[in-house]
Design a binder for this molecule. Structure first.
Ligand code: SAM
Ligand code: SF4
Length: 328
């Protein structure tokens, strides 16, 4: 069993995109009210006085769209400055990245994952629910800016939806041939849009690997991340390919993470809604940080039993929170 030392922090549940698989247009989402969001000071004191003392050293900022959070640069700077922080990363849709990449890097962010589900502007706009001027170019510019600024490794996340973007798997994989990028294919999960999931289903990573193997060849990479991705490489390519197979495989025994929502709920397992603890209410009521550390230690102790226990209910689309609300 891995040590659990990695916290994914949702900075905000709102987003400037409406990805079909995450927060589709027309879906009724209960946004977190501003006064319910953890303030910067509350978030930072939870990290410094609760998570770090219990052994967390690696943090990822996500959302919603984390670049929409006011003061995100200062939050990055503060987390990067904790001496115990060994790794600080972000997952973003990249739309605002071109103008912020340098400031994020200067503040101490070193790793970034950018979601890019398509190389075709029309398909991209269809996926992100955009009806006005295409947003693809601006996201691509954000990716280029991050690369130029020096984010390394630069990772692109692709959620593969059958009949929507699966015809692009080879083109997306080919991005890694000449670039030292890491393209990660994520199996579509029934979180966020269970109707789309019911209509389209999902494609197992092994099927994608077979398609790539047939066209380019594929070898297991020597580079092994410490996350859930299985890493492969097209022979001779500069970059790598990752496959996150939470639907077709169970990688709970490798799980090293918990998730903190923007309103202060700590979730021990992505696909199990049980055992979440509310950190904000006791924090605002003046609770002793030692008490919160005790609760966190108790949750860590039972985490191995929580993982995937309710996986079946997940597959029927029974989740109450979307990835944007959980902090994907
Ligand atoms: N807005 C940022 C972004 O899109 O990168 C960060 C938050 S988003 C919720 C984090 C990741 O979750 C993205 O890579 C997104 O593609 C993925 N995601 C969202 N809904 C998903 C679903 N139903 N199945 C699989 N991945 C999903
Ligand atoms: Fe927004 Fe990211 Fe969800 Fe797309 S996946 S709607 S960009 S939070």
């Amino acid at each position: 069993m891995n040590a659990v030392d990695y916290l994914r922090i949702s900075l905000i549940d709102r987003c400037n995109f409406r990805c079909q698989y995450c927060m589709p247009e027309g879906a009724e989402l209960d946004y977190i009210l501003r006064q319910q969001l953890l303030t910067d000071a509350e978030l930072l004191s939870l990290i410094e006085e609760v998570f770090i003392p219990v052994g967390f050293t690696r943090f990822r900022l996500t959302g919603g769209e984390p670049l929409l959070r006011p003061g995100v640069i200062e939050i990055v700077r503060a987390i990067a400055a904790f001496p115990q922080t060994q790794d600080l990363a972000m997952t973003t849709n990249g739309f605002l990245l071109a103008g912020m990449a340098q400031a994020l890097y200067d503040a101490g962010l070193r790793r970034i994952n950018i979601s890019l589900d398509s190389l075709e502007p029309d398909t991209f706009d269809q996926i992100i629910g955009n009806r006005s001027r295409s947003r693809w170019q601006q996201v691509w510019q954000g990716i280029q800016s991050a690369y130029q600024v020096g984010f390394d490794p630069l990772k692109l996340n692709v959620v593969v939806i059958p009949g929507v973007n699966d015809h692009e798997v080879l083109d997306l994989a080919a991005l890694t041939i000449d670039r030292q990028w890491h393209v990660r294919f994520i199996e579509f999960m029934p979180i966020g849009n269970s109707q789309l999931f019911g209509d389209r289903g999902w494609i197992a990573s092994e099927e994608l690997r077979q398609r790539i193997r047939d066209s380019f060849g594929l070898t297991e990479s020597q580079v092994r991340g410490n996350g859930p991705a299985d890493v492969f490489q097209i022979p001779g390519a500069k970059g790598t390919l990752g496959f996150i197979s939470q639907m077709s495989e169970c990688f709970c025994d490798r799980c090293n993470r918990m998730r903190l929502s923007a309103d202060g709920w700590l979730r021990p397992c992505l696909l199990n809604e049980g055992h979440q603890i509310d950190l904000k209410t006791p924090l605002r009521a003046g609770a002793d940080m030692a008490q919160l550390r005790k609760e966190l230690r108790q949750l860590l102790a039972i985490k191995p039993e929580i993982n995937f226990k309710q996986r079946e209910s997940g597959i029927t689309g029974a989740y109450s929170r979307t990835m944007s609300q959980i902090g994907g």
